[in-house]
Design a protein around this ligand. Structure first.
Ligand code: HEC
Length: 474
């Protein structure tokens, strides 16, 4: 929304959220049942008084000489919590308006308890678009952070896939296979795989939410005949798709895919050219390995050419010029902080000792990258699992997953194919694979530590976590 301007005949709403860094608040007006967000005040590393002063300066010219009606909304918890030592945040706001009685006529709407998260989210969703299809929330286009926040939030789930009524960050819901299967004509894929469209549809529908099988179009293998974990057969004909990993936390990490194909610029070129069939150049002679990747080798995927045998002209290449910006963007994606009440910090401190000691995790998941600095690949035998997926990639290995922010992707399981549904399954697996001899208490301490890991360089594994109210959004 571009054109709405402050209407001096209507009261101004100011909604504050304390216990946040950056400290955030929005200036709104209610127009015919429609909430209009005029401005957002974002103050990093700041305090409530500074927010009040910013409010004063933003509204300075809005109603010169007249008293401005202000409706203040906010967080009930701020009545108990302090961002300054001696007074609660609401006391500070009230004292501030007390000093400017001539300029503002203020009414406070602060509940004694906050409504449950579900209700708050339903309320915001209904404002965005209700069942009648009405939009009752307008946001000024310069509030870019707010628009992005609203576009990106989604529900978080526990390791069993149940909604925790909080926010999630990795996409484990998008069912890519089901979407591709809806295409009316799948003959290009069917021809490539030398099979029928029905067979292709059936394969695509085995992938499930949050997964993708990039190698299907290279080797034609749709199923892992035998999934083996710690010497035991844990599945037969398991779909060959792998989980979609989070796109943040990749700075400093060498290889960015489960089986170490390459880094962000390699994989973006790979996907844009070979999977999405955009127009560009792609060079990766490892794809000429006919015994391993027969389809890729037959079709010359390792050195893309036009039908006439020439390379595409740089003027027609729609991909190569985008790789730099895409990489830069992906490496800049901020990573979230686990809510501080989502793990037990005393247990996490004990788990920290185990992680780089008795449990040997730091041998590969090296703090604070949480992967090996250097060539971050290991043989299937080193982590006691079958080689099916590793053998579909040039180095026949698995990449050490950067395990910061695990709380963002509980859904879908752990390891490339999601074979471990909980972190306890993962730890039990290492206990057996690496013969660690961990006690039940040690395993649970280690898990609390895993839950605390982040990708923030200054806090990783040291002072993790932040106030839980931050994760809810408003
Ligand atoms: C020999 C190197 C190595 C050691 C030691 C190691 N890991 Fe791993 N870890 C890996 C590799 C490789 C993967 C990826 C496996 C895959 O892709 O299936 C992985 C994956 C994981 C994952 C899954 C991450 C995800 O996104 O699904 C977790 C959690 C994990 N490791 C925790 C641990 C813990 C806890 C320890 C110590 C008890 C440990 N690792 C020890 C190499 C190692």
């Amino acid at each position: 929304m571009k054109n709405y301007r402050f209407n001096p005949l209507l009261p101004l709403g100011w909604a504050l959220d304390f216990n946040m860094n950056p400290l955030c608040s929005v200036l709104t007006q209610s127009v015919n049942g429609m909430v209009v967000v005029l401005e957002k005040i974002i103050l990093p590393d700041s305090n409530t008084l500074a927010a009040c002063e910013e409010f004063l300066s933003r509204t300075e010219t809005w109603n010169p000489g007249l008293q401005l009606g202000v409706q203040v909304y906010g967080d009930s918890t701020a009545a108990q919590r302090h961002t300054s030592a001696s007074r609660t945040d609401w006391q500070i706001v009230k004292e501030f308006f007390g000093r400017y009685r001539d300029r503002f006529n203020v009414t406070f709407h602060v509940p004694s308890t906050n409504p449950v998260v579900k209700d708050r989210i339903n309320c915001v969703n209904a404002k965005l678009k209700n069942h009648a299809g009405q939009h009752r929330l307008l946001i000024h286009q310069h509030c870019k952070h707010l628009i992005r926040d609203l576009e990106q939030v989604c529900w978080k789930t526990d390791p069993h896939g149940n909604s925790l009524a909080e926010l999630d960050w990795a996409n484990r819901d998008l069912n890519v296979g089901a979407i591709i299967a809806l295409a009316p004509d799948l003959s290009p894929i069917a021809n490539l795989l030398n099979t029928t469209q029905t067979a292709v549809r059936n394969i695509l529908n085995t992938w499930g939410p949050g997964k993708f099988d990039a190698e299907l179009f290279l080797d034609g293998k749709a199923f892992n005949p035998q999934q083996i974990t710690d010497g035991i057969v844990t599945g037969t004909n398991v779909p060959g798709a792998t989980l979609i990993p989070p796109a943040f936390g990749l700075g400093g990490v060498n290889l960015h895919t489960w089986t170490g194909w390459g880094s962000v610029p390699h994989w973006n070129a790979f996907v844009a050219n070979l999977e999405m069939h955009g127009q560009g150049r792609f060079w990766d002679p490892r794809l000429n390995e006919g015994a391993q990747l027969p389809i890729a080798a037959t079709h010359g995927f390792g050195d893309l050419r036009l039908p006439n045998g020439q390379y595409i002209s740089p003027d027609d290449d729609m991909i190569t010029s985008k790789l730099q910006a895409l990489q830069f963007y992906q490496l800049a994606i901020p990573s979230p902080q686990p809510p501080s009440d989502s793990f037990d910090s005393a247990a996490a401190t004990r788990g920290d000792e185990l992680f780089s000691g008795k449990a040997k995790c730091n041998n590969c998941h090296v703090e604070p990258l949480w992967t090996d600095p250097g060539w971050n690949l290991h043989t299937p035998a080193e982590v006691c699992i079958d080689s099916f997926q590793a053998n579909r990639a040039p180095d026949h290995r698995y990449r050490t997953s950067p395990i910061g922010d695990l709380f963002t992707h509980f859904k879908g399981g752990f390891y490339h194919d999601g074979r471990f549904s909980t972190l306890m399954n993962v730890v039990d697996h290492y206990n057996s694979c690496l013969r660690l001899g961990l006690s039940t208490g040690e395993k649970s301490d280690l898990i609390q530590y895993l839950l605390s890991l982040t990708f923030e360089p200054e806090s990783s594994g040291k002072h993790p976590g932040r106030s839980s109210s931050d994760s809810h959004g408003k």
